[in-house]
Ligand binder design. Structure first.
Ligand SMILES: Cc1cc2nc3c(=O)[nH]c(=O)nc-3n(C[C@H](O)[C@H](O)[C@H](O)COP(=O)(O)OP(=O)(O)OC[C@H]3O[C@@H](n4cnc5c(N)ncnc54)[C@H](O)[C@@H]3O)c2cc1C
Length: 487
């Protein structure tokens, strides 16, 4: 099944070189061997040109917030991929960067012998820049392929400012893309020639991640120029763990999703966001498994396309609610970042939100906390402190508390721009799902993005939606949560 053109972006004007030694797939976002449009495209090229396929997965050391926690999680995924590729007809080269710039040099060297390069299309700046720079350097074709969501990024005709407007658009336009599913295992029936040995100088200069880094004690990470004081957490990364998490969610928690998903203590949400963030699982696979479970057929879809939050899919309420989060809310963030280069800046907030926040910037704050006080959970608010401790200890934070967490940072910071900077710092550094388009839509949401103006106006918040710990504790049970995550 060919990948549709709308998911493919051609990044330079060079043709594929017919005398190259292999097709190079640079895996840097969709870090998985199944349900991956870019891999599927690379396999199709390899079959067409009758050349071997070399898959190079890279882990950079110079991305914002590269740290031990994120590296461990990503390496679990690389270990799964190494195991998964062991008996395949394509070659897999996992590379962990030791100093900034190595990845670009390795890919340039490998690109010299390639027919063409296929890469992942991911909407964040660093990824767009790195792939474009490689495309500009190499004299061969480089294609970026979009595996991000059910709606291809190029299929949106405008910037969506609310979940409602995107939902309405999806209800009218999603079905053809949904039906164009991708292969669960693009390598399964591929007849590929095996890759000739790579030159010794490549192995010597840029050695592939060894057993210790992939599955051993990973002592080598201590030598890397990455954040050394943000340690790993118990949650394992990788496609195998992601599938287990999905299984547990579908079996044990989906039935409670609609009614209980805001309860931090019960925590029936899927826990899939870190795996989506690192590309260890695809939203296509999640959607397919869920729809299979529901016995769904396209004829279930409602003909009414008013942007209603439930009832469109024609599945149970719990499944509708989950699909709305996974598709509407998640893809809202991806689409936003794909269109706006300033997605993590104050200036990217809607004009009304900037205006009201700036009008109230000089309001007196009852409490002001430094980044360090916030980081260590030293505020007067025990629920907030507990949320921060969960983030630090487990690398995750329940969605409902995450909203409260952000709102309080706004209230306790000297200015909204500083609040935004603190949220970005803490979220992206500690959360396993941080540095994702949804980090910026979630933090932006705290400051009014994708939301509307609320009244009455309040100090500091102005017309921005307000949340308080007292109201949260009234709405959902938090006693056991606060005991569990006491600083
Ligand atoms: C201040 C703040 C910061 C946030 N930072 C991040 C972040 O760094 N990374 C991140 O992925 N999400 C972030 N979110 C959104 C949301 O909190 C998480 O996606 C969600 O909690 C993940 O848990 P889950 O996988 O169990 O979600 P589930 O409820 O099981 O939902 C399934 C999937 O839908 C998507 N989703 C769910 N809720 C949202 C939402 N509100 N916005 C966008 N997508 C959503 C996620 O991909 C999630 O994995 C943030 C929200 C706020 C308010």
């Amino acid at each position: 099944m060919p990948v549709t053109d709308i998911r493919i972006e051609v990044c330079n004007h060079h043709p594929a070189r017919s005398d190259g030694r292999y097709i190079l797939y640079w895996m840097n976002a969709a870090r998985r061997l199944g349900w991956n449009f870019a891999l599927q495209r690379a396999v199709a090229w390899a079959e067409k040109l009758q050349r071997p396929l070399l898959v190079v997965e890279t882990l950079p050391c110079d991305r914002p917030h590269a740290n031990l926690r994120h590296h461990h999680f990503a390496l679990d995924g690389m270990a799964d991929n190494a195991r998964g590729m062991a008996h395949r007809s394509a070659d897999y080269y996992p590379f962990v960067e030791r100093e900034s710039g190595e990845i670009a040099k390795l890919l340039t060297a490998l690109g010299e012998q390639a027919c063409l390069v296929v890469s992942d299309l991911h909407p964040l700046r660093e990824s767009v820049r790195a792939t474009q720079q490689l495309a500009d350097r190499l004299p061969i074709l480089l294609e970026r392929v979009d595996s991000n969501g059910i709606l291809p990024l190029q299929a949106a005709d405008r910037e969506f400012t609310t979940a409602y407007s995107l939902r309405r658009f999806l209800q009218r336009n999603l079905l053809p893309h949904l039906l164009h599913m991708l292969l669960a295992d693009p390598l399964a029936n591929a007849s590929l020639i095996s890759v000739p040995a790579l030159p010794e100088r490549i192995h010597k200069r840029w050695p592939a991640a060894d057993h210790d880094l992939l599955t051993g004690s990973r002592n080598g990470l201590r030598l890397l120029p990455i954040g050394q004081d943000t340690g790993p957490v118990a949650t394992r990364g990788g496609s195998v763990a992601a599938r287990n998490v999905l299984q547990v969610f579908l079996r044990e928690h989906l039935d409670l999703y609609h009614s209980r998903r805001n309860e931090p203590q019960q925590d029936v949400t899927s826990g899939l966001s870190p795996y989506l963030r690192w590309g260890h699982i695809s939203s296509h696979e999640i959607v397919q498994r869920l729809l299979d479970l529901e016995g769904w057929h396209p004829s279930n879809l409602s003909l009414e396309t008013r942007g209603q939050r439930s009832g469109w899919w024609g599945v149970r309420q719990d499944a509708e609610a989950f699909l709305d989060q996974l598709i509407t809310w998640r893809e809202l963030g991806y689409l936003f970042c794909a269109r706006r280069d300033d997605y993590d800046r104050f200036e990217s907030l809607p004009a009304w939100a900037q205006t009201t926040l700036l009008e109230h910037a000089a309001d007196p704050r009852p409490y002001l906390y430094s980044l360090q006080q916030l980081e260590t959970g030293q505020t007067h608010d025990p629920l907030w402190n507990a949320a921060q401790m969960q983030l630090i200890r487990e690398g995750r934070l329940h969605n409902y508390l995450r909203m409260l967490w952000g709102k309080k940072i706004l209230q306790w910071s000297p200015a909204p721009q500083q609040a935004m900077a603190i949220m970005l710092e803490l979220n992206d550094r500690y959360a396993l799902d941080g540095c994702d388009p949804n980090s910026y839509s979630g933090i932006g949401w705290v400051l009014g993005r994708f939301d509307r103006a609320w009244g009455p106006q309040r100090p500091v918040f102005g017309k921005i939606r307000y949340m308080s710990s007292r109201n949260t504790a009234r709405k959902v049970a938090v006693d056991a949560y606060m005991t569990r995550y006491r600083p």
